[in-house]
Design a protein around this ligand. Sequence first.
Ligand SMILES: NC(=O)c1ccc[n+]([C@@H]2O[C@H](COP(=O)([O-])OP(=O)(O)OC[C@H]3O[C@@H](n4cnc5c(N)ncnc54)[C@H](OP(=O)(O)O)[C@@H]3O)[C@@H](O)[C@H]2O)c1
Length: 322
Amino acid sequence: MKTINWGILGTGKIAGKFATDLHTVAGSQLVAVGSRSLESAQAFAKENNASTAHASYEALARDPQVDIIYIATPHVRHCEDSILCMQNGKHVLCEKPFAMNAQEVEKMLACAKKNNVFLMEALWTRMMPFFLFIEEEIKSGKYGHIQTLTADFCFPAPFDPAGRLFDKSLGGGALLDVGIYPVFFALALMGEPVEILAKAKIGKTGVDEFTEMTFIYPNGAKAHLNGGITQQTPTTATIILDKGLIYVPTRFHHSDTVTTVHDGVKLNHDFSHGERGYNYEIAHAAQTVREKKTESNLMTHDLSRLIIKTLDRVRAIIGLQY
Ligand SMILES: NC(=O)c1ccc[n+]([C@@H]2O[C@H](COP(=O)([O-])OP(=O)(O)OC[C@H]3O[C@@H](n4cnc5c(N)ncnc54)[C@H](OP(=O)(O)O)[C@@H]3O)[C@@H](O)[C@H]2O)c1
């Protein structure tokens, strides 16, 4: 198996977790990191065993030893940072949300095409075994159609007006940070809704602190979704179908168990994994690059397009502009 050499762009919280999981993936190795400051790059490289620390994102993008770069900067930088890497011939795995709006996503996809490189949104849930299982169960048809899907992701973040979650200039707010997971869940399993209802609580920094959404489908099916950054909710997902239900317990976006009830028979399914779960997206991206493909067959460009288009629709309803 060809070893894929990774670079990490940005040295924040998620970058560290990703690096830890990367070391567990066979055929992938972390070779370089890029930061806006040499000190952060060096500290991160030391802690996470990367051989090269770059004092700028440009230097990382130009590093010839790197095959693929993981973008771990705030949302507002995703488009610019991904394009920098792709223009330097690098494959890119970019954190969610892929970008701030559909126009930015289209720019990124056009750049990937022009440079013939792999580009994928790092929506890690898509590659996790529990999610693939749910997808297969529903596709089997044995449960009939989805009637209702309910999913929530809210947590109480400490209020920091200058932090990424509350600062509007960094793309703050619940919808793009955590609301995206319930939105992804509904879109991946139910497709594009015909109608969306949405309401938000806009906080004092001008970002949505809580957003609730209802997606309505042509057959009458509904998805009830919410995301928030000021309070805790169960953070579970429940799918009610004609002939049963599928339940994902708390932190549903990276669960290692699923409960199904089909024709009255309840079963618990175990998908325990030793790592945080980023290993699945890392292995999948690396394998897709190895196969010289420029698009994932799971987290497709069209799925990313649908997610950002839907987030744009919700933002238009709740009046949230960046
Ligand atoms: N998949 C997941 O489970 C998951 C979890 C958390 C976050 N995320 C996503 O990952 C991204 C980063 O989140 P995070 O929680 O890691 O953020 P964070 O801790 O604030 O780190 C972001 C990093 O981006 C760089 N950066 C560049 N410009 C910046 C600016 N103007 N302000 C602050 N930082 C800047 C910094 O690295 P340097 O100083 O080294 O340049 C910083 O350390 C977000 O888009 C978020 O949605 C995903």
